[in-house]
Design a protein around this ligand. Structure first.
Ligand code: TSJ
Length: 650
């Protein structure tokens, strides 16, 4: 509202037709506030008491945001009287055209009057409960306002919200500004009316950080208190806030100056300052319109997500994260992070029980874009800092995984939780290691036959990979690196690598049962390599076997033989004296359950090869060759094995 919209009538208020009606409304408003103070300031305890000060100071901060005020003085006076003075334009004193009383009187007596003066869009500050200065007035035994408009000094006094006299001119001045002095009403604040200097200091410091450049002087002038005084002034704004939180953390900085990101879009602004310390805690605090969003919201969530994405992208692009390394998680990246997020927007939506959560989705988008663009650019311009951040996150990730493993190990040791067996495992009944066998079978259909044909007392079946696509079969060595071998590890129960514990082995024999073709050969190579590299003891102690399925069935009348080589096949044909029917098995899947049992799984008749370390070493060399980038040796291997397949060479 412009001063010139109102006729300036200093001194006593004039008679006005709407005056009486509006005065009644004002008195009803006052009544409501005094009846239910908690509704307006949250509580009537110590928190509510301090809230009165914030509410008044916030008005001066608004004037700062509007660009007219750079100095705010807050004094705690004898008797716990608060005085707040600013050097802004002064609350307008012109007569309100509708209400017929000075605007300053409206501000201090009409509920939610603040908004009426905020039409220009700069009013973004405000208390948590959205109370106005009229609420403070209503809850004070007395309140005095003094306005200097560059010409006159005006004054008005209120008691429990009601004007004692009309706004009056006290004298002349060439200064401008507003001073509010008030005493909280002990009838309302029954717990205490004594202010805690440090509580006010913390909140005012926060506001000084959030409004870069403003000077806030806080002094304790109560005769019964230690006299104290602080000047809160931070040219660095939230950068200084970030540094301050960093120093409070008692940790060492890992990144030098705070990284500062900021953007303006229409009437909205977003700024972020962040740095990393060498600690493990995360300290992210966010604000919307200078209000602490205790429960975060769109701006904070967008920041965390974008940070995770940008750091991961950088890590991948510059190979700090290898292709096989898992994605860094948000909490790994946030270890040691100190960040301050401050956004300002018109019509901020505060959500949740305590209204401490920002809901505007537009702010999520804005922060996301800001971090994506500016943090990526910063990292590219500052490789040593980027490297530091990435290395810290990788260390956090490694430590977290190790801790998790240790916990899991501890749990499985103490038997608190049973490890969940793979869904596809058809387990056996016995746990006698002298008897038990685990068959690792390629494919679901062979797996199905094996499950039907087995002796479930001591034989367990684990089908791997289900139905494999041809492309997958061609590069089956690739699955080595991913989670597809996890079911094997879990079924065996031993853990892998450093965690390997042979005493946890759940089966006496581990039998790899794969087709007698190239793909089967790949799978044998893969599994043996895996055992060789991660569970060598399993092989050393003679637990690993290769099943030997037959290649032919030679049949005549009621007689039949299974042959495991060409020679054997020819021998049986000769024995049966001509006219024998010969069936060639192309895969395990071609045998029914009974045949698979008879030929390959029945301990009475089967032959199995025990795998020696030398075999596994050979597999490892083959595997390395297969994994290599050279296509030629791989093709040679496949061709050679396609011919040698009948010898079941691995
Ligand atoms: F509201 C209050 F009484 F709580 C209070 C208001 C307390 C304190 C310490 C300061 C203020 C205050 C208000 N400081 N500065 C202002 N400015 C205005 O109210 C103002 C001045 C000029 C214009 C204009 O459009 O010319 C508009 C406004 C809102």
């Amino acid at each position: 509202m412009d001063n010139n919209e109102m006729e300036r009538v200093p001194g006593a208020g004039e008679a006005h037709e709407e005056y009486d009606a509006s005065q009644i409304q004002v008195l009803e408003g006052l009544e409501a506030v005094r009846k239910r103070p908690g509704m307006y300031i949250g509580s009537t305890g110590e928190k509510g008491l301090h809230h009165l000060v914030y509410e008044i100071v916030d008005n001066a901060i608004d004037e700062t945001l509007a660009g007219y005020c750079d100095n705010i003085v807050v004094d705690i006076l004898e008797g716990n009287i608060i005085r707040v003075e600013d050097n802004g334009r002064g609350i307008p004193v012109g007569i309100h055209p509708k209400l017929g009383i000075p605007a300053v009187t409206v501000v201090l007596t009409v509920l939610h009057a603040g908004g009426k003066f905020g039409g220009s869009g700069y009013k973004v500050s405000g208390g948590l409960h959205g109370v106005g200065s009229s609420v403070v007035n209503a809850l004070s035994t007395w309140l005095e306002v003094e306005v200097k408009d560059g010409q006159h000094i005006y004054k008005q006094r209120f008691e429990r919200g009601k004007p004692v006299y009309d706004l009056k001119v006290m004298g002349d001045t060439d200064e401008t500004g507003t001073t509010i002095t008030f005493q909280a009403d002990p009838e309302i604040f029954t717990d205490t009316t004594v202010y805690d200097y440090d509580v006010l200091l913390t909140r005012l410091r926060e506001q000084a950080f959030l409004n870069a450049g403003v000077r806030i002087h806080l002094s304790d002038k109560r005769p019964d208190m230690e006299s104290r005084s602080d000047l809160l002034h931070y040219e660095g704004g939230i950068r200084s806030y970030c540094e301050f939180l960093m120093e409070k953390s008692k940790r060492e900085k890992l990144t030098p100056d705070p990284i500062y990101l900021s953007a303006v879009k229409g009437t909205s602004t977003a700024e972020i300052a962040l740095l990393f310390n060498d600690g493990y805690d995360t300290n992210i605090i966010s604000f919307a319109n200078n209000i602490h969003t205790v429960d975060g919201g769109t701006h904070e969530t967008a920041f965390k997500n974008a940070l995770t994405r940008v750091i991961n992208n950088y890590g991948r692009r510059f190979k700090i994260l290898k292709d096989n390394d898992p994605k860094l998680r948000g909490d790994d990246i946030q270890e040691g992070l100190v960040a301050v997020i401050s956004v300002k927007l018109t019509d901020a939506q505060f959500e949740g029980q305590t209204k401490g959560k920002l809901g505007n989705t537009s702010m999520g988008t804005m922060v996301n874009n800001l971090v994506n663009e500016q943090l990526s650019a910063f990292l590219e311009d500052n490789p040593p800092i980027a490297k530091m951040i990435l290395e810290k996150a990788v260390a956090a990730s490694t430590a977290r995984e190790a801790a998790q493993k240790a916990r899991d190990l501890q749990r499985s040791k103490t038997g608190l939780t049973k490890v969940r067996m793979p869904e596809k495992l058809a387990d056996c009944i016995s746990d006698d290691m002298n008897l038990t066998e685990l068959y690792i079978v390629e494919g679901d259909s062979a797996g199905g036959s094996a499950v039907k044909g087995r002796d479930r007392n001591y034989q367990a079946i684990l089908p791997l990979w289900g139905k494999m696509l041809n492309v997958e079969k061609a590069r089956v060595d690739k699955v080595y690196s991913n989670e597809k071998l996890a079911p094997v590890v879990i079924a065996l129960g031993t853990g892998i690598g450093e965690d390997f514990d042979i005493s946890k082995l759940r089966y006496g024999k581990v039998v790899v049962m794969a087709d007698a073709d190239v793909d089967g050969s790949h799978i044998r190579t893969l599994l043996l390599t895996f055992f060789f590299r991660y569970m060598p003891e399993l092989i050393e102690q003679g637990h690993v076997y290769l099943a030997q399925p037959p290649l032919f069935k030679v049949e005549k009348g009621k007689k039949h033989f299974y042959a495991f080589s060409d020679e054997e096949r020819d021998k049986y044909i000769a024995e049966l004296g001509g006219g024998a029917n010969v069936q060639r098995y192309k895969g395990l899947g071609e045998m029914d359950a009974e045949q698979l049992w008879e030929t390959t799984m029945d301990p009475e008749f089967r032959t199995m090869l025990k795998v020696e370390m030398a075999d596994a070493e050979k597999a490892d060399a083959t595997f390395t060759m297969l994994m290599g980038d050279e296509v030629e040796p791989r093709r040679e291997f496949i061709e050679k094995n396609a011919l040698r397949v009948e010898n079941l060479d691995i």
